[in-house]
Structure formats: C-alpha cells, structure tokens
Design a protein around this ligand. Sequence first.
Ligand code: FAD
Length: 353
Amino acid sequence: MTTSISGRIAVVGAGVIGLSVAWRAAVAGHHVTLIDPAPASGASWVAGGMLAPVSEAWHGEEDLLALGVAALERWPGFAEQLRETTGREPGLRTDGTLVVAVDSADLAQLDDLAGHLGKLGHHADRKTGRELRKQEPALGPAIRGGLWLPQDLSVDNRALLATLQQACATAGVTLRETAAHTVSAERVELADGSTIRCGQAVIAAGAWSGRLHPALAGRVRPVKGEVLRLRARRGALPPPTTTVRGTVEGRPVYFVPRADGGLVLGATQYEAGFDTDVQVAGVRDLLRDGERVLPAISEYALLESNAGLRPGSPDNLPIVERLEPGLIAATGHFRNGFLLAPITADKVLELLS
Ligand SMILES: Cc1cc2nc3c(=O)[nH]c(=O)nc-3n(C[C@H](O)[C@H](O)[C@H](O)COP(=O)(O)OP(=O)(O)OC[C@H]3O[C@@H](n4cnc5c(N)ncnc54)[C@H](O)[C@@H]3O)c2cc1C
C-alpha cells in the first residue's frame, strides 16, 4: 500500500524526544521517517536520567513542576508499553530520591524547598543525617540532613534509548542517517542533497533545533553539562540504591544508580555555546563535591566523562507547538527531556491529528 504525502511524518532528530515522538506516531498509524546522522546521541546519550520534578522544584517554576508531575504519572505506562513491544527492559527505577545537604546554608535551602513543596501540596519527608545514613550507608559523615522524595524516579538513559530505537524499528519507522539542512512546512532538505516531502515535519533536534528554522533561532540555546560514569570496585562500599541529590556549599551534585552497578555523577551547568569538551575544572568540581556526599567513590573506577548540550528555552519550559501549518516543534526540554518525553509525545500526537 502506498501512503500519500499528507499521511507522512518526518521527525528531525533521534534523541529521546524524536525517538519517543516517532515511535508513538508510528504506533498511531502514521508513516514516519526519522532523520539523524547520529541517532541516540546528543544530550540524551549523556544525561543522568532523573525523572525528578519534585526535587527539581523551585520558586517561580510552578508551571514546570505541574508539567513534570503530569509527565511522571505517564512514565509507568510508557515504560510498560515499551517493555511489551520490545521485550527489553527500558530501565525505569522506582526506588525514589534523597535530597541531602552538607552545611547549614545547604540545609536552610532544603528547608525552603520543603516549605515550598508543602504549599504546593507535595509532601517531603525530612530526615536527619543519621536516618539518611541508615537508609543509604554510603552517605558520608558530612551529610547534615535531607528530604526523602519517594515519588521522584529515574531511568537508565542508554537502556531507554536502545529500547526506543527497537520500538521504532518494530513500529515501521524508516531511519535516514543523515543530517537535515533546513526544515520547512511539509519539507525537509537533507545534507546529502535529497528532499523528504511529508504532510507534517517535526523538529526535535535538541540544542541544534534553532539552526533548522528561523522561528526557533532565538528561542533554543545550548546549555553545557558534564557528567561522570563510575563503577564500584570490589571491596568498596556499594553505591546507593536510590537517586541521591545534594547541594555542597550551594553547588548541586547528584548520583543516579544503574541496575548493572554503575553510578552516574552529575552535573555541571554552563553557557558555553556548542562546546562539548570535558573540562578539567568540571571533573574536579564533580569529584570534590561528589566525595563530600559519597566518600566511597574515591575507590570507584572512573569509566567515562562526557559533556552534552541541554536544549535551553527562555522560560525553562519545553517548546511543543505548531510553528506553521505542516511544521511542529518538539524541543527546548532543557534539564528534563527524559522526564517530559512521554507527555511530549502525547502532545505532538494531538498536534498531528
Ligand atoms: C549533563 C546532562 C544531564 C542531564 N540529566 C537529565 C536528567 O537527569 N533528567 C532529564 O530528564 N533530563 C536530563 N538532561 C536533559 C536531557 O538530556 C535533554 O533534555 C534531552 O536529552 C533532550 O532530548 P532531545 O531529543 O530534544 O535532544 P538531544 O538528546 O540532544 O538529541 C538531539 C538529536 O538531534 C540530532 N540532530 C542535531 N542536528 C540535526 C540535524 N541537523 N539533522 C538531524 N538530526 C540532528 C542529534 O544528532 C541528536 O541525536 C540532562 C542533560 C545533560 C547534558
């Protein structure tokens, strides 16, 4: 059966957002072409994978919190559907999140967060340093107190990307491993000189989205972030079972455990254009602050250091909207692309129908 051009969808970018959109659109019956010179790369390959709207909450970002909580509710169903389709484990962990503080200023910031969350109807369980160490013995003596947020989850970013790639293939998504040069309504010009004509195009190229259409040029910017990947060596204290986030003298640091015993330590954040070098200072800061929270990491193996570009937007909210007839944007997910992937895919499906 041939599909008319109006029934064809072109998705530009195969990070967590483009893959999620392509999969859900193909399952909904669309004929989907996914375009990316390096699928499953970008920020998605680097990310920690926290699904943590509540511990990420901040004053003035109530809309983002509400969106994140709505996205988190869709995660178990999204993961289950992926599991059923592919027979693979998408890497969702439901062990919850601890937020810890080292000095009194960090502790005051946590009290502020707990108060803010309470006013918005989100309960945060306060814990003493001793209670925290009982729950996660690897936490160091410097930890003064914290909050227990069982509702904040995590996903293994790379397991999820592999599962999404397989789900796309199973659903019949066509992959073109080349870059898009420009994207306009119903048309994608490729770097290899060919053109894809479609009923609707979706720009999901993360931090690079601004290069593909003038309407996104000033709205999406790269925000660099560095992370380290560690593994406990024999004899070292095992990693925590929950996500651990902390502030060390005001600087944020987090640990996200993986099912294979790995541990992601993140993340720096700076505006450095499209630079993806891992800087010595970034690694030093992560290790220094990370060791205050989990001293045992000094005995761990350092497996990888990576830098990625979060797609920042002016108000930290994603840009999921119709830019013009035949052209949709699904970008600007900044620090929350994994958390927001299921809700973004649903919103794009609504826009496509
Ligand atoms: C250090 C770090 C930690 C993070 N931690 C978390 C976290 O814990 N939880 C969370 O939810 N989010 C986290 N994020 C944010 C998350 O990674 C991003 O929001 C998410 O990956 C954005 O997904 P995306 O698909 O829009 O973009 P990307 O993952 O960047 O993917 C964009 C894709 O577009 C492709 N592309 C680029 N240009 C073109 C072109 N011209 N033509 C075709 N394809 C193109 C790229 O090859 C790439 O594959 C983190 C990010 C970083 C950097």
